[in-house]
Each structure stands twice: as C-alpha cells, then as structure tokens.
Design a protein around this ligand. Structure first.
Ligand code: ADP
Length: 495
C-alpha cells in the first residue's frame, strides 16, 4: 500500500459518546472504515457532560492539561483526554477537549428549558476550534488532512489560513470541510467577531461576514481546500436556491468547483438486522418472516393492536421543520381513515411534540408516540415497522431511509437530497423499486405516496420482492470512504 495518510477528524458529536443526529453516526463510522483501510485517522470532539470517563474508559493526557485558550477577552483552560472507538479490530483514537464551564451541560447545543441555543455557543465552539489547533501543536502531530464537519469546527479552516498560516506543522496540511446540514450555520452577532481572533480583513463578503454577522459555516466554506456535502443531489441543491442554501447559495455557487457530493454510508456494525442486538429477533432476507416478531414487539411497546395485515409506518426523527411534519399534520385525519398504524419516536420542536402526543391520545389504537431520544427503540422501529416515512422538505443525506432499506422497511420519501439518491419508486420502476417517492413538497402528494404504499403492501408477492431488493442494497461505507480517501490524496498532490 502507498504511504498511509494521517487524518484528524473534527466533529461536535460522535456516537457512542454524544449524539443529536446523523452527524454522530457518520463521525464514528467513516473514521473506522478509513482506519480499517490502513490510515492513521484520529477523532477530536468536545467533552460534554454525557461523556462519562468511567463508561468510556477515558484518561487524561497529562501534558495537555489546562491549556490556556483565548476567546476574545476571556481565557478558558482546556484539557485534553483520550479514549478509543473499539467497534472494529483496529482501534480509532478519540481526543476530547474538556472545559467544565463550557461543556458540562445537559444538552449539546440547546438549553432544554428554553429550547433555544445556549447563549454562549460562540464561546463554546470558538474555544473548541482553537483548542483543536493547540492540541495538534502541543502533540506535535502533523496530519496530512484536517477534516472538519459543520459550523462547530468551521473556524478552524479560517484560523489555519490566517493566524496559523506560517505554522510549520501545517505547512503541507489540507483542510476538508463537510456540510451535513446547511441550515445550521453558527451565525453570531458582529460583536462575536473579535472572539474569533481572526484578522479584521476577514470580516468581509469574501470572508466570514454574513449580513453584518459572523457565520462559522461560511468560515469553513471560504477557507477549506475542498468542500463536501453528504450526498450528490444535496451538492446541487445548496447552490440552487435559498430553500437549500439558507443564504449561502451564492457561496456554494462560487465554490462549486471545489465541492464534492459524497453519499454517507451506514455503519453495518450497528445497523444490520442479522446481528442487531437491540431488536427482538434478528433476521435476514432468507428469514424475512422473523421480522414479524419485531412488528409484534413494536405494537406491544406502543400498546397498539398487532395485525400482520395492517401496515405499521415508522418515524424516527428530530422533530424539526426540515423533516416535513407539517405535511403529516395537514393530512393526519386522512391518514387515520386508512387501515394503517403510525409509530413515532422523536424530540425537538414543541409544536411537533404536541402534535404527536395529542394524536396518540386521540387515536389510541392507531398511533404510538414516544417523545424523547431512545437508541434501542429506534432500532426496534426500523426492524418492526413495515414502512418508514420521511417527507422531508430537504434532507442532506438522511440515514434512516438507508437503515430502513437494510431492515426491509420500505421508505416513503420526498425526492430531495440523499433521499433522491437512495430510494427508487416502486410504481415508476416495478422491477427495481425499493420504496415510494413523491416529488413536490405538498401534503396531497405525500398522502398519495402513503396510499400507494398501503396498496402495494396488500399484495404480498410484490411487497416481499421489494423488501428483498431493498435489503440487498449496499449503502455501507466502503465505496464512500474510498471516495474520501481519493479526495484526500488528490488534495495532497496540489501545491
Ligand atoms: P439528521 O442528522 O438530520 O437528524 P439523519 O437521518 O441523517 O438525520 O440521522 C438521524 C439519526 O439520529 C439516525 O441515526 C436516527 O436513528 C437518530 N435519531 C433521530 N432522532 C432520534 C430519537 N428520538 N431517538 C433515537 N435516535 C434518533
């Protein structure tokens, strides 16, 4: 093999340590596959309250204790700790940057009491960004690639190209910035600009300025050597309109030649019905009838009557506008007139939490809702439901539709982002279809797709064949990890 690469993977959440969404899944799975391919990849993330030293066998790195890190006028002390991801044969080292005041809180980004972002998120992630660079310098570790993810680490790209431009350690280092969701940009008032420590000349259109404010995602986009989005379709969408680019569409357009759409994969060590320890009965395409035991367990969990002939539709999601719940709200009564059941697991915006809590009370025999975050239940829904509904307004990649395919739980999705890249419509393509796809963001179109799904479900032969095709799809990380490695290597060839 050619010389292995050294890569630092920077993320604000990594499963099993901390997770709010798909970013955490990707941040564990991709590095592990890259490691298995023989590269020295290490991960760095903040040490939140939930990241328990004992549970995760985390230990201190003595020489990286109490590093003073300047954020504007404040100096915070950061200490670095270390542990490993051990799902694979070869371990992946994980560094944690800790500071009690900044990270020891009940939630990663949002105050659960107000449901608003923590007021000092600028301090928290500017500290993290500087901490990452200082950690590398003190370790004397020289990565070929620094792979940043989303706004929480965007500042690192700008700092490396300005304040640290002459730092010998990073002379040959290239920076990749991955956009997992362009709607969350880390925008802060202009007063926060001084906290970045960036030179004044970067506060401009061609820098980190965004309508008079500081935008940390823009910092990543403007200063990285390459940008990736988490699906090919999303790469085109973010430069197409404000509905996808959230005000950064012109920046995405300008950076189109540096931008690559690489589909996320799924972690087969965690999401595979043949070995999943969190479901009632494991199954494969050959033992597909064993999926029923999971359906029964799922209905029991939600105290819904179990009937193999009545399709169960699953939802596991952050309850955010992005995910299309207003379409479900609009057609809830129509859905409830159909012979189907709906199970929902999610948390997030209060209006959607209320929507599903109330609906579950009103339609006791048809809807089950669990408001909260529950990894085990998420797996049981994937295994037990017959269909999985994702009517997203936009979906950068989406992991749940891939998990659903793997579990033979046919997805009903809107044609956007990664959903468009992974699900083929069964009516349009009866021989190859794996789910039900609708085009326009309209409640009626969603309802029609559900109706098509329910009618296909009634034909056991058609349904079983589609389930088997879905289960045979390979959306594991292999091919996508190779694409990242190719991108890293191509960047390193450039002077
Ligand atoms: P996003 O990153 O936009 O939230 P993805 O589909 O990419 O959407 O990833 C969502 C991930 O988070 C999946 O692994 C999904 O199972 C998980 N998830 C979302 N909400 C919950 C919840 N309430 N309980 C358990 N897992 C959840």
């Amino acid at each position: 093999m050619a010389k292995p690469l050294s890569i630092l993977f920077v993320s604000s959440e990594v499963i099993p340590f901390a997770k709010t969404g798909g970013l955490a899944d990707v941040s564990a799975a991709l590095p592990q596959v890259v490691r298995e391919l023989g590269h020295d990849i290490r991960i760095i993330m903040p040490k939140y309250a939930a990241v328990s030293d004992r549970k995760f066998k985390i230990h201190d790195i003595k020489r990286l204790t109490d590093m003073p890190i300047q954020v504007g006028e404040k100096t915070f002390l950061g200490s670095v700790k270390s542990s490993f991801l051990t799902n694979i044969k070869t371990k992946v080292q994980v560094y944690f940057i800790s500071n009690e005041q900044l990270y020891c809180r009940s939630d990663l980004y949002v105050d659960p009491k107000t449901k608003e972002s923590w007021p000092d998120n600028d301090d928290r992630f500017m500290f993290f960004s500087r901490g990452v660079i200082e950690t590398l310098i003190r370790l004397g570790w020289k990565p070929d690639i620094i792979h940043l993810n989303d706004w929480q680490s965007g500042l690192i790209a700008a700092l490396l190209k300005t304040e640290y431009a002459d730092e010998p350690l990073f002379k040959n280092t290239k920076v990749v910035f991955t956009v997992h969701n362009a709607a969350y940009q880390g925008v802060f008032p202009k007063e926060s600009f001084v906290k970045t420590g960036l030179p004044a000349k970067t506060f401009k259109m061609d820098g980190v300025e965004f309508h008079g404010q500081v935008n940390l995602m823009k910092a990543g986009l403007m200063y990285a050597d390459a940008i990736t989005t988490v699906s090919p379709t999303y790469a085109k969408e973010v430069r197409s309109s404000k509905d996808f680019g959230y005000g950064l569409e012109e920046v995405f357009k300008k950076k189109a030649r540096k931008t690559y759409g690489i589909l996320n994969g799924m972690d087969e060590t965690l999401w595979n019905p043949e070995v999943d320890k969190l479901i009632t009965k494991t199954y494969s395409a050959e033992t597909i009838e064993d999926k029923q035991a999971n359906k029964k367990a799922l209905c029991d969990h939600f105290k819904l009557p179990y009937d193999p002939k009545v399709p169960v539709i699953g939802i596991v999601s952050r309850l955010a506008d992005q995910k299309g719940f207003d379409l479900i709200e609009e057609k809830l009564e129509d859905l409830m007139k159909m012979d189907l059941q709906l199970v929902v697991l999610g948390s997030g915006e209060k209006k959607y939490e209320d929507l599903f809590t109330k609906a579950a009370k009103k339609f006791k025999k048809k809807i089950g809702a669990h408001i909260g975050f529950d990894e085990g239940l998420a797996h049981l829904i994937e295994a037990g439901a017959d269909m999985f509904l994702m009517p997203s307004k936009y979906e950068p990649c989406g992991l749940n539709q891939m998990y659903s395919l793997r579990y033979g739980t046919l997805p009903i999705v809107r044609s956007t982002g990664g959903l468009a890249d992974t699900v083929e419509d069964l009516n349009a393509k009866p021989k190859t279809g794996t789910g039900f796809v609708f085009e326009k963001y309209q409640a009626k179109q969603m309802l029609d797709a559900v109706k098509r799904a329910v009618s296909a479900f009634a034909d056991e032969k058609i349904w079983t064949a589609a389930m088997k095709r879905a289960m045979a799809k390979d959306y594991s990380w292999g091919a996508s990890a190779e694409k990242y490695i190719e991108l890293y290597k191509n960047l390193l060839k450039k002077k």
